[in-house]
Design a protein around this ligand. Structure first.
Ligand code: MN
Length: 239
């Protein structure tokens, strides 16, 4: 029987951008607080579901600071790009190799890839966004559950469009795609307000942005997966 898995999940940090916070805390201060908060819950892994940076022009100072912050964490970190920091020539993730950080895995393949946190029996699937367009479908073509994993997680950065099948919005994510996902949990990013998408078959969530107070405030998600039980999802406010 697989052991329970505790996942920390955040997105939309926009570290090099202007804070969306009215009380003037910089994104990097809020990110640091978020990581401290997460550490208290002792997660097995952290998922960052896009827009760690606000722009592909993010300067070296902030990028190197973020790389050091991730490197210092006592757990493995999985990152996908978002629309603000998508895979572009000379973009932030081309200039800086996050996969060179021992405990960080950057999912940089536009066609999607499965990576592993072997210690915890976890397979993680996600795609790297190249362009934020209606044709780009963050959750399409997710492979079936790989053999040998205890837990299968998905990551995606895009706009939830519910039942709208032919949405003209960019990077759409439909309810059907969530329902049909083979993953035990799908970590989403792009909406800055936390949002839970619970279906009969599946659970996905936007964690909300720790650096924006839209919705429930500066939030991140903590998810507990336990065999035979529905995932336990908590949206937590950064203290
Ligand atoms: Mn976004």
């Amino acid at each position: 029987m697989p052991h329970p898995l505790r996942i920390a999940h955040c997105s939309d940090l926009h570290l090099d951008g202007d804070a969306y916070s009215p009380n003037n805390q910089s994104p990097s201060v809020l990110f640091e607080k978020t990581l401290q908060n997460m550490k208290r819950s002792d997660p097995h892994i952290l998922l960052i579901a896009g827009d760690l940076f606000d722009s592909n022009r993010a300067n070296d100072t902030i990028v190197l600071w973020a790389m050091r912050a991730l490197k210092s964490l006592p757990f493995k970190v999985f990152v996908i790009p978002g629309n603000h920091d998508c895979m572009q020539p000379n973009g932030v993730f081309e200039r800086h190799d996050f996969n060179a950080i021992e405990n960080v895995v950057m999912l940089a393949n536009p066609n999607g890839e499965i990576v592993w946190a072997e210690d915890h029996g976890v397979a993680i699937w996600g795609k790297a966004m190249v362009s934020h367009t209606p044709e780009y479908r963050p959750l399409s073509c997710c492979p079936a559950r790989p053999k040998g994993c205890d837990w299968y997680l998905g990551m995606g950065h895009g706009l939830f469009v519910g039942n709208e099948k032919n949405s003209e919005r960019s990077s759409p994510i439909t309810l059907q795609e969530v329902e049909e996902s083979p993953c035990d949990y799908v970590a989403l990013g792009h909406h800055h307000a936390a949002m839970e998408i619970v279906t009969d078959t599946n659970i996905a969530a936007y964690s909300g942005s720790p650096t924006d107070n839209l919705g429930k405030g500066h939030t991140f998600a903590l998810v507990e997966l336990i065999e035979g039980v529905a995932p336990v999802l908590d949206i937590l406010t950064v203290e």
